[in-house]
Design a protein around this ligand. Structure first.
Ligand SMILES: [Zn+2]
Length: 357
């Protein structure tokens, strides 16, 4: 898109920064920010804080008051066009006399989309596509759930430089340094759910909660436990809010957890069906922290969209566990390839973000 001015870009950047304030709180809704500007001056702004709270546009209109008349609205996601828990933002913008609406991305939600068309029909100049890439990244999980009916799956792995993630017995805690761990908690906090497997649960007994960053909300915890072996006193069960995906009918109640039976032909959990179920429950971003077996199964079944890998400058040697349990390849060409998105030093460790190509 080339029809946008430098001012348009600056205003949309502001809208995206506002949207980001909802990073930990808007789920299952998207993160949205809105700026109202007239003659290059911001007259109102707002963002969506959490489900049930006003949308970004409504907050921006409220802060602008009568100054919204004739203004341009910059919204990081196309204004909604339906009566949900709040009235449609397209109508609210039109009623306030806004002259032009610029959206970063189209709303893929079939219930809410076509806000730009409604605005255009009301005689308002409606444009889409400014800073589209940035806006997509911010709501990558919401967009995934709306367009693919599955969450955006981000697999976190902490490993040594020789790619080892745990001792031979599965113990894996504290491979990376304090700063990397804190960074990892930020990624947990933005996720709607955190997934692990029964192997990691038995070896480490993790809580899988967000602890090192401030957040008003704890993600849902999800465990893949084919044979329902979770110990009744597992730490993850203490706070409740746990989904247990298994392949057998539960013979006992697991206090603090809801079991979901989804077997595949091999007697394991049907992972793609699990993703569909999580999407149905409103999970936008799924953060995986599991061991080599579940990691391998997820990769083999095409269930991973992104890898978040922390590498500690140390070695554990070949007796220790690797990242992924994959079947042997016959040639190097068969290996799964990734594209690097970013490489950063976090404290003493290296953080790599990469996506399958
Ligand atoms: Zn809205």
């Amino acid at each position: 898109m080339s029809g946008f001015s430098a001012l348009d870009h600056a205003m949309m950047r502001r809208a995206l920064a506002l949207a980001e304030r909802g990073l930990y709180t808007t789920t299952p809704n998207p993160r949205v920010g809105c700026v109202l500007a007239r003659d290059g001056v911001i007259v109102g702004e707002g963002w969506h804080e959490k489900p049930g709270a006003p949308h970004a546009e409504a907050n921006a209109l409220a802060s602008a008051g009568p100054a919204a008349r004739g203004a341009t609205a910059y919204v990081s996601l196309e204004p909604c066009n339906h009566h949900g828990r709040t009235p449609p933002c397209s109508a609210a913008l039109a009623a306030a006399g806004v002259a032009r609406v610029v959206s970063a991305v189209r709303d893929p939600n079939p219930l809410a989309r076509d806000g730009s068309d409604a605005l255009a029909a009301a005689g308002i100049q409606a444009e889409v596509g400014l800073l589209q890439e940035e806006a997509r990244e911010l709501n990558i999980g919401f967009l995934s759930r709306m367009t693919r009916a599955r969450p955006w799956v981000r697999m976190k792995i902490a490993a040594t430089l020789d790619g080892r993630t745990a001792l031979a017995d599965g113990r894996s805690q504290w491979i990376t340094g304090a700063e990397a761990r804190k960074d990892g908690h930020r990624w947990r906090a933005r996720a709607c759910a955190i997934l692990t497997g029964i192997g990691t649960l038995k070896a480490d007994d993790p809580q899988l909660s967000v602890r090192e960053v401030e957040t008003p909300r704890q993600p849902l915890r999800v465990v893949v436990d084919s044979r329902l072996e979770i110990p009744a006193n597992a730490r993850i069960l203490r706070g409740g809010n746990v989904l247990l995906f298994c392949a057998v009918e539960p013979k006992r109640d697991v206090k603090g957890a809801e079991p979901i039976v989804l077997p595949n032909a091999a007697g394991k959990v049907e992972l793609p069906a699990m993703l569909a179920e999580l999407a149905r429950r409103g999970v936008n971003e799924l953060h995986v922290e599991a061991g080599l077996r579940l990691n391998g199964s997820l990769v083999r079944e095409g269930c991973v969209d992104e890898f978040l890998i922390y590498l500690n400058p140390s070695f554990l040697g070949d007796a220790a566990q690797g990242m992924l349990d994959l079947p042997p390849f016959e040639s190097l060409d068969q290996r799964p390839r990734l594209e690097l998105r970013s490489v950063e030093r976090i404290g003493e460790d290296l953080r790599i973000l990469a996506r399958p190509v």
